[in-house]
Design a protein around this ligand. Structure first.
Ligand SMILES: [Zn+2]
Length: 264
């Protein structure tokens, strides 16, 4: 009888532990939760602005083609770069900066930051920053955790290193599965709001396909090019102005500093 009760209690404890683990894993990747510390999820909710962000590059020829769309449309975007790809394609990063786009740190190899020790996490961000600095002569102060996965330690460490962690407010379009461009746009545009942050992918976890032993399909991001064009056209028609993440941060900073009418 006692043995049965112990077995039942053990079973219950295991189930509870599994549920808690699952819940923690789910919220660790939820872009808007602030449970683990503050992150930038969106900009000011009273301004018709939107930030386009691209993760996981640089990744030619797709990143270059996206840069051409942005240039033609006079839109500045934000690229969250993977260090190993920056080291492989520094000239694309230089062009992003020259074009007026903003860049952010997306770790060295797109590993889960929550599985890293503080020293490994620091090294992943520092190595990426060094590659960005070698390519452009500039440092970045914004970062996005791969998979959006973070916990208290990751965010505290990122902030200690001087980074503002940046998430997103428009649901992911599963664009990495390369659906048709129209589908990507349809999955994004209806969810855009004032101050929104959109995520697209110009690369695949910073994998460098030019290395030869990687199938070209791994890096295929052709749908993103036309999707970028469609999203820009449709949001322009809705009256949106495109800004970079640092611009969004400064708009938000100004909004919080500006006293409300009638107040001190
Ligand atoms: Zn990513």
């Amino acid at each position: 009888m006692v043995a049965r009760r112990v077995a039942l209690q053990t079973l219950l404890a295991c189930a509870l532990l599994a549920l808690t683990g699952f819940w923690l894993y789910e919220i660790s990747e939820n872009p808007s939760n602030q449970l683990f510390g503050s992150t930038l999820v969106s900009g000011p909710a009273d301004q018709r602005v939107v930030a386009l962000t691209f993760d996981d590059g640089p990744n030619p020829p797709y990143t270059t083609a996206i840069l051409e769309v942005l240039e033609r449309e006079h839109v500045h975007a934000t690229f969250f770069l993977v260090g190993r790809a920056v080291a492989a394609y520094p000239s694309i990063v230089r062009r992003e900066v020259r074009d007026g786009d903003a860049i952010g740190n997306h770790s060295w190899s797109h590993a889960h930051l929550i599985l890293m020790s503080p020293a490994q996490l620091s090294s992943s961000l520092a190595r990426t920053d060094a590659a960005i600095y070698r390519a452009t002569g500039a440092h970045t102060r914004i970062m996005r955790p791969p998979f959006g996965a973070r916990d208290w330690l990751v965010l505290a460490q990122a902030r200690r290193l001087g980074y503002t962690p940046v998430m997103w407010s428009v649901p992911l379009a599963n664009d990495w599965e390369e659906p048709p461009p129209q589908t990507i746009a349809d999955r994004i545009v209806p969810y855009v709001h004032d101050g929104a942050i959109i995520v697209l992918h110009d690369g695949n976890r910073g994998i460098v396909c030019a290395n030869g032993h990687v199938p070209a399909k791994t890096c295929d991001r052709h749908s993103e090019i036309e999707a970028t064009q469609l999203i820009i056209e449709r949001l322009r028609r809705e009256g949106y102005r495109f800004v970079t993440v640092p611009e969004l941060l400064s708009l938000k900073g100004n909004a919080t500093r500006t006293p409300a009418p009638g107040s001190e």
